[in-house]
Design a protein around this ligand. Sequence first.
Ligand code: HSE
Length: 309
Amino acid sequence: MKRLLTVRVPATSANLGPGFDCMGLALNLWNTFELYEGDGRGFTVVSHGEGADILPTDAGHLVARTMADELAMHLPIKPRDLSYHIVCHNQVPCGSGLGSSSTAVLAGLAFAQAILDPDGYLSPAAQARILMRAFEIEGHGDNVAPALLGGLVLVVGRDNEVLARQVPLPPFKVVVCVPDFYFMTSHARAVLPSHYARADAVFNIGRAMLVVEALRNGDFGLLSRALEDRIHEPYRLPAIPGALEAKRQALAAGAAAVGLSGAGPGLIAFAEHDHEAIGEVMQVAFGGAGLRARYWVLEVSETGLQVLP
Ligand code: HSE
């Protein structure tokens, strides 16, 4: 089968404490997607690595679905008449709070864009279009924007545009610990209130700005006092067995700050040193609550979605 395109997309950690739905960080853990011509019988998808035994192998796979819907929006063709073969090499754990579905949405959009506009699919205009569509599909941009652009990205939707800016960062590492716990984003969003007190909004606005300032300057002292949240973590952390204890233990082991990664169930810990020890105590804390957990020590990825040769 003829290979048409290969892209890789990084994991992301959204929210970063108080920046609910508005900021995220790209991390050096990647899902790679290869697109091949199909055999004329619809979509076939093969996954290796994370999620290989649970992900759909047909047009129901999120990359295929996104790509097919996007092509059908622009071409006089029905999704069921398309045929492509997709091979996924997944490092990002599914349902972990590390943006695995965003990697799939972006890959599907990039594949569609490459077919619709083979000469211009890498252009800034194509990138802006992919971001807009990914935002519409996900409903918020704090995973898709850093996964597309790389680094720390601030993002908001505004009428018919998405405002997204990358903030330059010094190099640092984080620890992400993911328990084996099913916590669907839709459920994690459903547990949130629909209204907040003004004091809580102010609490978050100020801290979100200070978290950006702390990360931008590598100021872990400031980060340790600014990375707090009243919008989502108070409702989500208690719903994840062991999460509050894992956070406590990580802080005791030297982490400057710990937050939910995206909607969870994973946690992200920021630390200048002792990353392995912090990962281990979080793993043990989840274990104490009866959950198996894995951890990764990851660098920030300055690059987002890449087209591979
Ligand atoms: N900002 C989103 C949330 C990220 O916390 O629900 C998850 O996709």
